[in-house]
Ligand binder design. Structure first.
Ligand code: GCU
Length: 424
């Protein structure tokens, strides 16, 4: 009987052809299709018209700060609440503080370390967040950074006394490069951080495990069109940390700063818009639905972010996926809500997904509102070169080399800017 098997050289030949002519081209085609989803060509950004931050819904030009504060600012805030980030459910939760650990001898004696549990209760449920706080020793009134972390408190430092956050799945000291704690302390600033999962899991279908059940919301079906989700909840968490910090004598209530990176940069901007106790707001590489203009078709887009992260924004935001230009506001107006307080937007050269130019243009447009307060704006400034600091009045911008990240260079810039503008 004849063997029906292919001779070995024919067999290898056909495998080779299968790979070269079918699998490889298919792979290249898929990769190209994926890359095509995001536009990185400035020539293809398209023409867009931004809503005017300085014109009220009834068509009046805003010329005075009183008109801005009484009419236009509340209008814009509501537009963001109704169409993008949503509102926190309206219910009271009980809050209590418990110092879990404290040392006067942190960072070789330079700092006080305090770990505080903030417990929330409501609707028969309880949730806890763990705050890690470092304060410089011997400073009577220190400015403070509030900045949520991605991976858990113990990942931010190699300090062995730091307690692991309840939902952290990362090892100790896993992300220390993002936290310039020594520089912060040496500059006379305090820093408070918490794991953002303590407030709202960064996942879909986890609503019941977030803080929302405290407000009587246990399932997605209970969410209104304008109920906030993760970003609004994280912003709420940052404000609760500030409530605690303001109970401390040595924290300067006039110099609280919120800083967030990426999705937490979006959170920082939104929190800074809502909570005017923050004297300075820092958006580090916040990108789409953060600092970057939504109407610019570059990098991540609104339909894309709504598809990948539907649990970040209110349900209504989805309705703009087909036509982003129908959004009644754009992200420069989010930044404008921070006026006249300090705002700093930072980009990274290789972080094209976050659209660095779109982040800058947005801040530039927002800076016009600062003129109502007699402050300098970015009028006439062109996009700065990499490594240059563009600081005007109460607005700061830089684009550094490198990728999507928070680096010591970023921290150094924020601290210098804050020292110059908020005082030593
Ligand atoms: C993704 C997302 C961004 C977000 C980033 C992050 O890349 O598309 O919008 O800013 O994650 O949070 O790291």
């Amino acid at each position: 009987m004849k063997k029906s098997l292919l001779p070995f050289h024919l067999f290898t030949f056909s495998i080779f052809h299968l790979f070269t002519f079918l699998i490889l081209p298919l792979f290249i085609f898929c990769a190209a299709a994926q890359a095509q989803e995001a536009n990185y060509d400035e020539n293809k950004v398209g023409v867009y018209t931004l809503p005017d931050a300085m014109t009220t819904l009834s068509g009046q030009k805003v010329a005075k700060k009183k008109q801005w504060e009484k009419v236009r600012r509340p209008e814009i805030l509501k537009l963001f609440q109704d169409n993008e980030y949503g509102v926190m459910p309206d219910a009271k939760v009980k809050t209590s503080y418990r110092v879990v650990e404290e040392s006067e001898d942190a960072m070789n004696g330079k700092a006080i370390r305090r770990q505080v549990e903030i417990a929330f209760s409501g609707n028969g449920q309880e949730r806890k967040m763990l705050v890690l706080l470092y304060m410089p020793k011997g400073v009577k009134k220190c400015p403070v950074f509030v900045s949520p972390n991605f991976q858990g408190n113990a990942t931010t430092t190699d300090d062995p006394a730091v307690i692991e956050s309840q939902y952290s799945t990362f090892g100790r000291a896993h992300q220390t490069s993002r936290w310039s704690f020594e520089r912060i302390i040496d500059s006379g600033y305090a820093i408070a951080t918490f794991h953002y999962f303590d407030i709202y899991f960064d996942k879909d279908d986890k609503l019941a495990e977030t803080i929302y059940p405290l407000f009587g919301i246990n399932s997605k079906a209970q969410l209104q069109e304008n109920t906030g989700k993760a970003i609004t909840a994280w912003a709420w968490g940052c404000s609760r940390v500030l409530d605690y910090l303001f109970t401390l004598k040595n924290i300067d209530k006039k110099r609280a700063i919120i800083l967030g990176h990426s999705r937490l940069g979006k959170t920082a901007l939104w929190c800074g818009a809502l909570d005017q106790r923050f004297a300075m707001v820092i958006s580090n590489n916040s990108g789409c639905s953060g600092a970057a203009l939504s109407r610019r078709n570059y990098g991540e887009t609104v339909p894309r972010i709504n598809t990948s992260f539907p649990w970040w924004f209110c349900n209504k935001y989805q309705s703009y996926n087909q036509d982003v230009s129908s959004l009644p506001m754009d992200q420069h107006e989010l930044i404008a809500l921070i006026a006249p307080r300090l705002v700093y937007v930072a980009s990274a050269q290789e972080d094209r997904w976050a659209d660095p130019r779109g982040e800058f243009l947005s801040l530039q447009e927002a800076s016009k509102v600062y003129a109502l307060y007699g402050l300098e704006t970015f009028e006439g400034c062109s996009f700065p070169s990499v490594g240059e600091h563009l600081w005007r009045g109460n607005c700061g911008y830089h684009i550094r080399t490198g990728v999507h990240d928070v680096t010591d260079y970023d921290w150094q810039s924020y601290i210098e800017f804050a020292k110059e503008r908020l005082g030593e």
